[in-house]
Design a protein around this ligand. Structure first.
Ligand SMILES: NC(=O)C1=CN([C@@H]2O[C@H](COP(=O)(O)OP(=O)(O)OC[C@H]3O[C@@H](n4cnc5c(N)ncnc54)[C@H](OP(=O)(O)O)[C@@H]3O)[C@@H](O)[C@H]2O)C=CC1
Ligand SMILES: O=C(O)C1=N[C@H](C(=O)O)C[C@H](O)C1
Length: 276
């Protein structure tokens, strides 16, 4: 489905009461080429029935949060899911059943079954999954993969360190995992066999080719990622820091706009940015 020039893009947001959902709604309400048509929360959310504009801290929208993904999808040209891992697979299955609309998912901490539900939806609907919607993080992932390709695993140990706010529930972050996957692939390895998430107080020395992850949680940190290439005689660091959560909101919306012009398939932020 391509949105005709001049037509307003109707968007539903899943996870409307969340930190990111509110910002996405605020940005949609600010833009003349878009219309916010629905915001979905949990059945027992304290924000059920709240005006979407109130949540977005803009003018009242005259639309209340609801629990029905189906009604939201019926009203929308595009659905953006920034809810929670326990919800995304069910949302994706409903998109599959309905045959649309295009579906953007930015939720992290998804398991293999959740990813399978997204991929199944992508058989018949344009689906974009991005663990980080920011331009800088996408470029960082690309740079890290290039560095991993150029700097041999036998000489340079790779450690990925990330810092997020105290309310983040998943660790390591989705971005850290995406960076690790790209680096492992660039070295002809699988992250599944290389990743070290925990280090016991007493254990073996670091295996060659391992990719280590460290997650720091605290305060209000929006999101920082570092890829450290540690050699015996030199070190390289690739680092990205988000200074404002707005970058994720804007990125999600731009990705969604791009997605409405695509055929059914499974896309990533790299496709939007031309980094593939
Ligand atoms: N891709 C990217 O660039 C980014 C991704 N994220 C990811 O987005 C997700 C949300 O982050 P954030 O906004 O900080 O989290 P919050 O916890 O602030 O928000 C989560 C939202 O999801 C809703 N929710 C939870 N469970 C369900 C459910 N079963 N059905 C419907 N809605 C549900 C909550 O509603 P309520 O509790 O009111 O019921 C709330 O509105 C996380 O996975 C995070 O990692 C975050 C930032 C950037
Ligand atoms: O939960 C967050 O806040 C963020 N989550 C994403 C992740 O897990 O990588 C993206 C960003 O770092 C913020």
């Amino acid at each position: 489905m391509t949105i005709a020039p001049g037509k307003v893009l109707k968007i539903a947001v899943l996870g409307a009461s969340g930190r990111l959902g509110r910002l996405i709604m605020a940005e949609i309400m600010r833009r003349p080429d878009m219309e916010l048509v629905a915001g979905v929360v949990r059945h027992d959310s304290v924000m059920l029935g709240a005006d979407l504009g109130e949540l977005a801290e803009t003018s009242l929208a005259g639309i209340e949060t609801s629990v029905s993904m189906r009604d939201a999808a019926d009203a929308a040209d595009l659905v953006i899911d920034v809810s929670a891992p326990q919800a995304s697979a069910a949302f994706a299955r409903q998109i599959t059943e309905r045959g649309g609309p295009p579906f953007v998912c930015g939720v992290t901490g998804l398991g293999a079954d959740d990813m399978a539900a997204l991929e199944a939806a992508a058989q018949s609907v344009p689906v974009l999954y991005a663990r980080n919607f920011s331009l800088g993080a996408a470029v960082m992932r690309w740079l890290t993969a290039e560095a991993a390709r150029l700097m041999p695993a036998e000489q340079f140990d790779l450690e990925i360190v990330e810092t997020h706010h105290r309310r983040k529930v998943d660790a390591p972050s989705g971005t850290a995992l995406a960076i690790g996957e790209a680096a492992a692939q660039a070295r002809g390895l699988e992250l599944g066999t290389q990743a070290i998430f925990d280090r016991p107080r007493q254990g073996a020395a670091r295996p060659v080719g391992a990719i280590g992850f460290s997650a720091i949680r605290g305060g209000g940190a929006i999101g920082e990622h570092s890829a450290l290439f540690l050699g015996a005689f030199e070190e390289l660091e690739v680092r990205h820091r988000a200074n404002d959560r707005f970058i994720f909101a804007r990125g999600a919306i731009e990705a969604g706009k791009w997605l409405t012009g695509q055929k059914p398939g499974f896309y990533g932020i790299e496709d939007v940015l031309g980094l593939n």
